[in-house]
Design a protein around this ligand. Structure first.
Ligand SMILES: [Zn+2]
Length: 183
């Protein structure tokens, strides 16, 4: 995971230390291997992931992951396989999680997901077929495009940008604040 903090060097197993590492913008304190010949530095680069705003029969499908509280619905998301094209990842994830076949993908934009140090590459994915939920999802909801309520975070900004591009009025609603916590 992108927010993972190593205690030991993943190359040579020495305990990592904080040290000043020179960068274009000056020196920055980073976790690094004390062994100069090893040279490992934990850069903390964000990890890319894809998000799919799935359109099916003219409606938008939002899904709730099994790990999420009741009332949380968002885009279908997933990590890229090694060297995988983001569009191919969208097609694969939508098939795995909703059982649908993506026939068109359009990039909406790229959004930072701060809490997990990820960059979400968000696509509008037009899909056909019959919905069959995969193992990761608990349930899904269908929405008319004009009735979507974007959430003020990560993939929610993609929903807002998608609506804005279509001239649809919207307001942000934070499901994380309003939803009852899961038992
Ligand atoms: Zn090392």
């Amino acid at each position: 995971m992108s927010t993972e903090s190593f205690a030991f060097c993943p190359r040579c197993a020495k305990p990592l230390v904080e040290r000043l590492v020179a960068d274009d913008g000056g020196a920055v304190n980073r976790r690094a291997c004390p062994d100069e010949t090893c040279g490992f530095i934990q850069w903390g680069n964000p990890v890319p992931a894809v998000g799919a705003l799935v359109e099916h029969e003219g409606e938008i499908i939002l899904a709730r992951n099994r790990a999420w509280p009741d009332g949380w619905f968002a885009l279908v998301t997933g990590y890229l396989e090694a060297c995988e094209d983001p569009k191919a990842a969208v097609v694969r994830e939508v098939k795995e999680e909703l059982g649908l076949d993506v026939v068109e993908t359009h990039l909406i934009g790229n959004y930072i997901f701060q809490r997990k140090n990820e960059v979400m590459l968000c696509y509008h994915a037009v899909a056909t077929g019959t919905v069959k939920l995969g193992a990761e999802l608990a349930e899904y909801r269908r929405h008319k495009p004009a009735e979507l309520k974007p959430w003020p975070r990560a993939t929610g900004f993609a929903v807002a940008d998608w609506m804005r591009a279509r001239g649809l009025a919207f307001e942000f609603v934070d499901f994380a604040a309003s939803a009852a916590p899961r038992k």
